[in-house]
Design a protein around this ligand. Structure first.
Ligand SMILES: Nc1ncnc2c1ncn2[C@@H]1O[C@H](COP(=O)(O)OP(=O)(O)OP(=O)(O)O)[C@@H](O)[C@H]1O
Length: 600
């Protein structure tokens, strides 16, 4: 696990990681010295004559000055102890803060890496995954990796070092205490902590499942709040969220017990051990005046080592119980590596657009969704000339949206190929191709931001061209409602998914967005009421006036929208069954005539 954590932390800077470890070793060293700096003080204060005779005392007197009085030696020993204590604790504070900062920056870097990887994914990936799982991965799991894995792992290094340094140092003074203490700690670990860790691990699995379920249920309930309220089904969703929450909370309630157990156990072991030591000395008739400074010193060592020992076990338990978050995150990262190894391009975050001059061509293109029985579209073969207006019509489920997704490069054909100007639309051309397309999708998506941010989609506020937004709004017939209906004009906030706008207003904004970047292809997947024939004519004319030649690809239900289109392709069961101009089809195709009659 430490190796995996190292691989996750490395991209945040090897130098920083080494600096964190150096500070940690320094912290452990100074803390150990701080405890031992008490030894001369305690000995000097309890029996100065004996101290002067001891090896440590002779060395100390030499440093302070041979002729120093008892008083001076005691004060010097006290000052030394005090100074190192302050230094040790100061360094501890700094070191803890430095580690925490590093661990959290690892989580931050990880989150950005995962996000970059996500936006570079093919659209198909998102069709197979619930967004609540991704939210959990990006928010909870990555947070856990920082706070419950990287940080405890670094803390663990510091704790282990403190315990080992102390043990080595005490070995010279009280070897028997170290040997007995070591055996007790190892036995305690094996007999008590080991089973607790296993239980804690199982509990954390239950908590993670609970969190996943809770995210899923809340996401589901809030996503459909309008329908839930309208159908008066609030109770059903409250029950589902409540059940998921109660499963999670029941598991969580066991965590503090597992966390507290090492602490209580150690207190009993260490202080109980010291009491037993004193009692056995009384029984053996030993001189307590000699014993007390030793006991005092061990008590100070115990006071220092105990929190480290407790934390060491608690952190080991935490690492163990957070393992699943690490597995999920490394799983996602590994997927990225596999995917790059398979020749998939990395995220295209460029700006360039694909210049094209004459045609888009589908050559026997087929596509089947994963897990579906048959292809959603099959053997699509057609050509769209630059500047043409082409429509796809057909009954529901006939494959029109799938065709559009293929055209935009959101889906990759499972058979055949798509050519732009006779060159395949391969991975390297898809980004630039999409940047030439203005797309209004069937399920409109609006940001919970201002009207301007929604039109200039993906532009930072400082590069947003407000004059252009207004100009485009005019073309999309959205200017009137922006200027008159809403008090704050372009800065009006539209609400989550645009709830504060009417359906038609949402469509007009989506259309304005599609036009903002001056597309050479306008793809409209059932953008119905916003695109009545008059608006559509305004749009194409405005683009032409701006010097652009626009190609329009439309999926429409209302035949009046596409009456004067250059070509209409009729789809049924994923195949184009006939094509022609509106008048041709009305004249020659019974199926088309009945379709018109049905769709009116
Ligand atoms: N993500 C998916 N996974 C599996 N099958 C899908 C998926 N999306 C669509 N399909 C199936 O593919 C077929 C074509 O769907 P598509 O959305 O392209 O039809 P459409 O012509 O646009 O329909 P509509 O006019 O109702 O919007 C349908 O049978 C549909 O059930």
């Amino acid at each position: 696990m430490l190796k995996e954590l190292y691989l996750i932390a490395r991209p945040s800077g090897l130098k920083r990681l080494i600096a964190v470890l150096v500070v940690t070793v320094l912290q452990a060293t100074v803390q150990t010295i701080a405890v031992f700096s008490l030894l001369p003080f305690l000995s000097a204060v309890s029996d100065i004559a004996a101290f002067r005779r001891s090896a440590l005392g002779r060395l100390f007197v030499q440093v302070v000055g041979q002729g120093s009085s008892d008083h001076r030696i005691m004060l010097a020993a006290g000052t030394l102890a005090l100074g190192i204590l302050v230094l040790g604790n100061g360094l501890s504070l700094f070191s803890d803060h430095y580690r925490t900062k590093f661990a959290f920056s690892v989580a931050q870097d990880l989150r950005v890496r995962l996000l970059r990887q996500l936006v570079a994914r093919r659209y198909e990936y998102f069709l197979g995954i619930n967004s609540s799982v991704l939210i959990k991965n990006l928010v909870d799991d990555v947070g856990k990796v920082g706070a419950d894995l990287v940080l405890p792992a670094l803390d663990l290094v510091s704790r282990v070092l403190i315990v080992v340094f102390m043990a080595i140092a005490v070995l010279f003074v009280e070897p028997l205490v170290v040997v007995i203490g070591g055996v007790v700690v190892l036995a305690y670990n094996r007999l008590v902590m080991h089973p607790i860790r296993r239980k804690a691990h199982a509990t954390s699995g239950a908590i993670l499942d609970g969190i996943r379920q809770l995210h899923f249920e809340i996401f589901q309930a809030l996503g459909g709040i309008k329908q839930i309220l309208a159908a008066e089904k609030g109770g059903y969703f409250v029950n589902r969220v409540g059940q998921a929450s109660s499963r999670m909370v029941r598991a969580m309630a066991r965590v503090p017990m597992y966390a507290a157990l090492p602490r209580s156990g150690f207190e009993v072991l260490v202080f109980g051990g010291m009491i037993v030591w004193v009692m056995s000395s009384i029984v053996a008739g030993e001189n307590l005046a000699v014993l007390m400074p030793r006991i005092g010193f061990i008590a100070v060592v115990a006071y220092r080592v105990m929190p480290s020992l407790q934390l060491m076990f608690a952190q080991a338990a935490l690492l163990n119980s957070s393992r699943q978050a690490l597995d999920e995150v490394t799983g996602l990262l590994r997927e990225q590596d596999r995917w790059l190894a398979a020749g998939q391009p990395p995220a295209d975050l460029g700006e360039d657009r694909l210049g094209w001059s004459h045609s888009i061509r589908f050559e026997r293109v087929s596509f089947g969704y994963q897990g579906a029985d048959g292809p959603a579209v099959a053997e699509l073969d057609f050509k769209i000339g630059k500047g043409e207006r082409v429509a796809f019509v057909g009954p529901t489920g006939s494959g029109k949206s799938t065709l559009i997704d293929l055209l935009i490069g959101l889906l990759e054909p499972t058979g055949g190929r798509i050519l732009v100007d006779d060159r395949p639309l391969d991975a390297g051309r898809i980004g630039p191709w999409r940047r030439t397309i203005g797309y209004v999708s069937q399920d409109l998506f609006l940001l919970d931001g201002s009207i301007a941010q929604n039109v200039a989609f993906g532009c930072d506020d400082d590069e947003l061209d407000r004059a252009r937004v207004l100009e485009i709004a005019e073309i999309a017939q959205a200017r009137a409602f922006i200027e008159t209906g809403q008090a704050s004009g372009l800065d009006t906030v539209v609400g989550e998914r645009g709830v504060r706008l009417s359906g038609g207003q949402r469509q007009r904004l989506a259309l304005a967005r599609a036009l903002y970047f001056n597309p050479s292809v306008l793809v409209l997947d059932e953008a119905t009421s916003a695109l009545d024939p008059v608006t559509e004519r305004n749009v194409t004319e405005a683009i032409r006036r701006g010097g652009g030649e626009v190609t329009v690809v439309t999926v429409a239900h209302r035949m009046s929208t596409v009456k004067d289109y250059d070509r209409i392709h009729f789809l049924e069961n994923g195949r184009i069954v006939f094509s022609g101009s509106y008048n041709d089809l009305v004249e020659n195709e019974d199926r088309f005539r009945s379709f018109i009659a049905d769709s009116v």
